[in-house]
Design a protein around this ligand. Sequence first.
Ligand SMILES: [Zn+2]
Ligand SMILES: [Zn+2]
Length: 285
Amino acid sequence: MWWASHAFAIPFVSGLIYNWVISTKGYKMPNWCYNTLTIQGPKAEIDYIKDRLNSPFTLAQETYGMGDISSMGFPTKIQQVTYSNPVFAFFNIHSYKDDGITDEEYACQPTRSGADMKDPNWFAQEVAHAKTQKDWYSWNNSNWGTKWDVAVRDEDEYPNTELIEYKSEGDDNWLVYKYETAWSPAVTILTKLSNLVPNSLLTLEYEEETGWGGELEIVRGDVKEIMEYETRCYACQSFDCVEYCENDCGEFCSECSQGSWQDEEAMAKCQTHSVLLTPSRKKES
Ligand SMILES: [Zn+2]
Ligand SMILES: [Zn+2]
């Protein structure tokens, strides 16, 4: 019943809240957000930022091994992870090292504020607490707007982060990156990126895996929302026209009638959608 999670699609802002709720209860794989970022501007800024984003670096990471006992109760040690060709790295925009945080402080498990979840202000208290913490999870969420970097690791054979276009010629200078972030489009770190290239325009198109998404423009740290949608039809690309059938037979686009998912048995009994189950349509699909 994957539609159950789809029906409760997490809107843009509450993604972070959901992340916190889940992470206080245990570990869960994140919902991925697919991003396409275009940076357009003067040649000097485009060349500068391309090199900066791809600068090699190492960072500290806690790993299982015979070291100290972590706050979670298992033995851990600190490992240095190398990124020789990171392509696009949040680390290269703002890192814990820039803030004078040590490897030992960064590579450890997050602590909680201890706020009572029944308290209406518990989430604000958690966020305020996280902002004072130096562990990777709290620091990344506070400073990047997401918990994981998108940088390509040395041993990563099939990276999801790519530079898909680079042009630097006269007045036509741009970079286009594709990358995937956990839970949210990580706008916080992009506002910092835009301040590094003050004469360039950043355009972010994002879509979260349950279907919501949008487009933003960022100049000198100012974020302008161009559009936002809750659903997009994969067949005809129309926005916000995918509707869940009240007879539980599927989810269909009101523009082109394609189903993003459908239950053919239930469709046969549905007055509205049984008509879509014609032999000719079956052949098409
Ligand atoms: Zn459609
Ligand atoms: Zn129906």
